[in-house]
Write a protein that binds this ligand. Structure first.
Ligand SMILES: [Zn+2]
Length: 56
């Protein structure tokens, strides 16, 4: 099984993939730190991201 998360930032086509939720979130954190340093990964944002993860 593979999981995928589309970056929620408008205009960003970033996609994070992984074999597990923690793997996807690890990539998402790295992507946000890299591409969206303004975006704060607070608990609410992280929960929203997790909710957007889809299996592909
Ligand atoms: Zn992005």
């Amino acid at each position: 099984m593979s999981l995928e998360l589309d970056c929620p930032v408008d205009g960003c086509t970033g996609v994070c993939t992984g074999e597990s939720e923690s793997e996807v979130m690890e990539q998402a954190e790295a992507h946000v730190n890299d591409a969206h340093p303004d975006l704060e990964l607070d608990e609410e944002t992280v929960e929203g991201l997790k909710a957007s993860i889809e299996s592909v």
